[in-house]
Design a protein around this ligand. Sequence first.
Ligand code: BGC
Length: 764
Amino acid sequence: MKKANFLFILLALAAMNSMAQTKKTVSAEQAKMNAFISGLMAKMTVDEKIGQLNLVTGGEATTGSTVSTDVEAKIAKGSVGGIFSMTTPEKIRKTQEVAMKSRLKIPLIFGQDVIHGYKTTFPIPLALAASWDLPMIQNSARIAATEASADGINWTFSPMVDISRDARWGRISEGSGEDTFLGSEIAKVMVKGYQGDDLKKINTIMACVKHFALYGAAESGRDYNTTDMSLDRMYNDYLPPYKAALDAGAGSIMVSFNDINGVPATANKWLLTDLLRKQWGFDGFVVSDYTGVSELIEHGLGDLQTVSAKSLNAGNDMDMVSEGFLTTLKKSLQEGKVTLAQINNSCRLILEAKYKLGLFEDPYRHCNDERAKNEILTPANLKAAREAATQSFVLLKNDNKTLPLKKSGTIALVGPLANTRANMPGTWSVNADLVNTPSLLEGLQNVAGNKVKIVHALGANLTADATLQTHSTMFGRDIPRDNRPEEEIIEEAVKIAKNADVVVAALGESSEMSGESSSRTDIGIPETQKKLLAALLKTGKPVVLVLFTGRPLAIKWESENVPAILNVWFGGIQSANAIGDVLFGDVNPSGKLPVTFPQNVGQVPIYYSHKNTGRPLAEGKWFTKFRSNYLDVSNDPLYPFGYGLSYTTFGYSDIKLSSNTLTKGKSITATVTVTNNGAVEGKEVVQLYTRDLVGSSTRPVKELKGFQKISLKAGESKEVSFTISENDLKFYNSDLKYIAEPGDFKLFIGANSHDVKESAFTLK
Ligand code: BGC
């Protein structure tokens, strides 16, 4: 064994010992399940057992060039354990009926990427995270589960909890951003929302945490790329959200595509067995990602038989689409390359999931046409989606009180994203209705009332390059394109802008410019749109930039020149109405960035909880020779983590600490008074950070440890208190022991990771 690997395992084992291993006692319900499954497995042939490990696609949404074939025949033979990407009670019932005619009548499990809502599409996950509203996020998952289960689905490939600090990575849109604490809190409530307190209830579905692990740290932000990471960063920053989701009871976990320190996750025994099973005690099932098993061939690990055996041996239970398990595991068993015990173990875990979902009692439990008719896209669900979207928008700038807009006069609405319905729901919304979702133009008209005249022009194409636009509008997410010369298209918009009272420019990314396989090296607003913006500003009219994006964008020029910027991400199928609600001031924006916005792409990865280095740059400085900085740009972010404005302003008092000494086993309280100093009611996300000043290993300059979203009427003050105990100060040290080290700490409370009040205490 290589020395590095040996060290790695030793450290992992040490971490294992430091985590309390809970001894499992078997409940009566579990004993019943075990007996049932043992009885069933006693009747199963090896082929049937391997069949359970095979997950095929129903073909409604595919994310690779391989698609499943002869599905019905395979089901009839008992060669399929589950199907994903198939919807409606009718189709699912028909397919389940085939399974019910197979020799042992083992029900299929039906999966789907229900990512941010089902048909009632909520804001993309990064946007939901920007709400910092945990009950609301949980409710979005609850509604998604109700709708998906009403449409035949038992299992969702969500939540996606990959921490990402790289805005180039397109899938940063699918997660909760850069922060471990916020990401973990969201991971928990998403699982609770999907699974409820009982998976046998008719409206709950099983969660599948993804992508395990470290997928968000792909080198250069290029999707599917290699990840190479220290154990310090892994344990302290990237792994906790997966663990949080599993501790919240997630029934399954999906393996990521990436290579981790030399071993792709899909074949990584340390990851899937030592960490996941032995250290964390996970007892649900593991599924590969789409063709993750056969991709091990390209990774350079061998032929299909070899990689399939490696993947099973590593701890992967289910093979999504590759059919490597189905076609080679029996041979590997005969050749002694895998054991029957391993096949049995994986088969059992998958059968257990079906049992927990109640599928053995009623394989058609989610096939109810009445539910499909009555429980999807209900007015209540649409209302929840609209409210969620309003909570997710982040007001980045609002000079001269440009916003809110008046409900009178003429508004020129321009930009390639103003009049498209298909672009509104956001990436990974395979069930969204792209035809009947209101466009921004329609949403503004809905909210504005009859005293406002809204005039519209395209103003610019999404990108000047037609091919890039095609790549950025796949899956039917069309955006109108005008083939006239750029200047002519801009001129038309400038003309209507000149006759308007205010200009709303709907610019940024298309929904498919982020998401899977949508990495970018230029994270700005496309050049042709920027030219439009510059021309609009020249008119002298107030300009509001409604910024669509699935990632932090480098918008330094825009932030210096445009008076008002509302970042709306992609807000789901109600986003147009929600943008109207916020632009016209019916709702006061309260979102806060769950991810740092850089000044330029060269600063990426940039995140607030970085280490100090031995040569930190002094606060407020741009460049000092021999300090850790850049020649051409300061170290500051454009907008820090946690940042977001409101139509009102909030004042923070100094911090009151109940004591400056925190004794192990006890707690202290930190309190601030927050005051709404403006004229309108608003919500504020009050954030608590700490800094461990001296450690046995280096510690971040700030770490989020708590937050509270409060609502304050104009002029109102509220006390906000946080309790801090030793547990909040724990981290994995260089021996991977999870400990809090006595010593001095700073404590910060404020409106974002930068603007904070400061205090200090000592852990004794
Ligand atoms: C994605 C997963 C998704 C799966 C199934 C893959 O390409 O990485 O996030 O769940 O496809 O659709």
